[in-house]
Design a binder for this molecule. Structure first.
Ligand SMILES: [Zn+2]
Length: 201
């Protein structure tokens, strides 16, 4: 029997987009409770078993290869993971790209997309980022979201700093930056700790 762990589930989701939503819910359960229920565990084992012993169905087209996880997507998943583990009830991040306001917010753990991060551009829902790093767009291509997902982690930090500098508000909590060090950085010490951002001394 295959082992069911965060790593195997994330790898399975990356290779099997059709199972990504189910994997996300299992990952959220594992993160929250540390283990799965017996039924979830059996379902997960069956899913992983199917992947290791595929039975070819006649007439079924081969599955397309999974898209690699983009660096910005991985960065956002890590940030939201840190924020959620720090106890933040509704982690939310606002960035400005090409004058568009892009907002990411963690879906409620009690809802139907636990662990997902919803994306809005100028207030309109444009897709969700799964905890596996896969991104499911909504309503056509969004160049601003694409830019963010393709960012290396340093560039993601630069975007947050830029938003802080240009608007005077922290990308992470939305509060006005007043302390000179926070103004210079673009975010404050509390968000730095909660989201796992560099602060220095
Ligand atoms: Zn803040």
């Amino acid at each position: 029997m295959p082992t069911v762990s965060l790593v195997t589930l994330a790898a399975h989701a990356a290779a099997n987009p059709r199972d990504a939503d189910f994997c996300s819910s299992l990952i959220a359960g594992l993160r929250r409770y540390g283990s799965l229920t017996d039924r979830q565990h059996q379902a997960a084992e069956r899913m992983l078993d199917r992947a290791t012993n595929p039975t070819t169905v006649a007439g079924e087209p081969p599955r397309p290869p999974a898209a690699p996880v983009l660096p910005g997507a991985a960065g956002l998943v890590a940030w939201f993971g840190n924020a959620s583990r720090s106890g933040l009830a509704k982690p939310r991040l606002t960035l400005t790209v090409d004058n568009a306001i892009v907002q990411f917010s963690l879906a409620p753990s009690s809802g139907k997309n636990p662990g997902c991060v919803y994306t809005r551009v100028n207030g309109e829902y444009r897709g969700k980022l799964l905890s596996t790093g896969a991104y499911i767009g909504f309503g056509g291509d969004s160049p601003e979201v694409k830019t963010i997902l393709a960012c290396e982690s340093d560039d993601l930090l630069s975007l947050a700093a830029k938003h802080g500098h240009e608007t005077g508000n922290c990308s992470f909590c939305g509060l006005t930056l007043t302390d000179p060090r926070s103004v210079a950085k673009g975010w404050g010490p509390i968000c730095s700790k909660r989201w796992g951002l560099p602060w220095g001394d």
